[in-house]
Design a protein around this ligand. Structure first.
Ligand SMILES: NC(=O)c1ccc[n+]([C@@H]2O[C@H](COP(=O)([O-])OP(=O)(O)OC[C@H]3O[C@@H](n4cnc5c(N)ncnc54)[C@H](OP(=O)(O)O)[C@@H]3O)[C@@H](O)[C@H]2O)c1
Length: 334
């Protein structure tokens, strides 16, 4: 089968479309014929080994000289081709979607998927739309519902509102009954408002950390402010959720990158600052995928696709997300 493979860290030029052996599903695993796979910020972080610190702190994803798994890609939607021993929940022909995360392998014609990484695909969505959901949607859901505990009537600010995670976060925060402010570049303000935000802040003109407005919840997906600045616009009892971030340096990996803010947030939380809530590592979750499917099928949330690329141009797709300020999701069709 064809797959996008990478042997060592570097730019998207390291990604090659080659023939590899088709995976064989083991106990509790499903073989999926991938119809579409989404690109996430995670893919270029793993591709570049960026930041260096991640190579030390996340050895299940990052090897010393290259990614732990050769085939890139985490999010997928497709059709069950075969099932391994012990699998009774799915059968060949079922349409599914999911998130392989550290197993990687979605930028390929076939993917071997553990049962804990997939769910039935939402009805009424194309494979491209469904593939756009798992990692970004799960991150937004867990951040707002479980980590921040957003309540109806609260004010929520999403920094990075036009990105993959941000576009789901804006819609989910509205679904939870919040008043939502999205921070984005001016070209994306219209999109963020269409997704249901009550207000959009243009970060090229206004720094929300210096303004008078206060928020009950701030979800930071960019890591372009200090922890102190991010805490300033919180209401008493407000919660800051830090979920990583970091726009690409487009060259040599940084040493700390967005992890500097994440580590500061973890230390503050550990020393008892109740305002600070660093995102835990959120593993793929069939329960979260089932909840998202409910929101998607009821029309409460909709994936936003910027561009699609064929598998033969997967390197271009990753480069586009990394370098060119893609809007919402970039998807690869297989
Ligand atoms: N902890 C977790 O479990 C977890 C899971 C998933 C993702 N993440 C992290 O969350 C981050 C966001 O992921 P993503 O998939 O949404 O990335 P993405 O699709 O690449 O989006 C990044 C967004 O950042 C925005 N941005 C850039 N500079 C900005 C600024 N100065 N102020 C406000 N927004 C700015 C961009 O908007 P414009 O184009 O409008 O500039 C873009 O929409 C990533 O770094 C990722 O590593 C963490």
């Amino acid at each position: 089968m064809k797959a996008i493979v990478q042997q060592r860290y570097g730019s998207a030029e390291e990604l090659r479309l080659i023939d590899v052996d088709a995976p064989v599903p083991g106990e509790g695993e499903v073989l999926v014929r991938v119809r579409a796979a989404a690109v996430n910020a995670r893919d270029w972080h793993v591709m570049r080994g960026d930041p260096y610190l991640a190579r030390v702190l996340m050895p299940s994803h990052f090897g010393p000289r290259g990614p732990r798994r050769a085939v890139r890609g985490s999010d997928f939607a497709g059709v069950v081709e075969a099932v391994g021993p012990g699998v009774t929940r799915f059968e060949p022909g079922d349409e599914v979607y999911g998130d392989l995360r550290e197993d990687d392998g979605a930028f390929a014609e076939l993917a071997r998927v553990p049962l804990g990484c997939l769910e039935r695909k939402p009805a009424g969505l194309t494979f491209e739309q469904a593939a756009a959901v798992p990692l970004a949607g799960t991150t937004a859901l867990v951040a707002l519902r479980d980590v921040a505990g957003v309540r109806p009537g609260e004010t929520v600010l999403v920094n990075g509102a036009s990105g993959g995670v941000g576009t789901f976060a804006v819609q989910l925060a509205k679904a939870f009954g919040a008043h939502v402010t999205g921070v984005c570049s001016p070209r994306n303000a219209g999109l963020v408002m269409e997704l249901g935000a009550d207000e959009a802040i243009d970060y090229t003109r206004e720094d929300f950390t210096r303004a008078a407005r206060r928020y009950d919840v701030i979800l930071d997906l960019v890591a372009n402010h200090t922890l102190r600045d991010l805490l300033r616009p919180l209401t008493p009892g407000g919660r800051l959720v830090t979920a990583g971030g970091g726009t690409s340096a487009g060259g040599r990996p940084r040493v700390f990158g967005p992890m500097a803010l994440v580590i500061r947030a973890q230390l503050s939380a550990r020393f008892g600052d109740k305002r600070v809530h660093p995102m835990p590592n959120v593993p793929p979750s069939p329960a979260a995928l089932a909840t998202l499917r409910g929101h998607l099928e009821s029309g409460g949330i909709t994936p936003v696709l910027d561009r699609t690329f064929p598998l033969t141009r997967a390197a271009e797709a990753v480069r586009y997300l990394e370098i060119d300020h893609a809007r919402a999701k970039v998807v690869i069709t297989v």
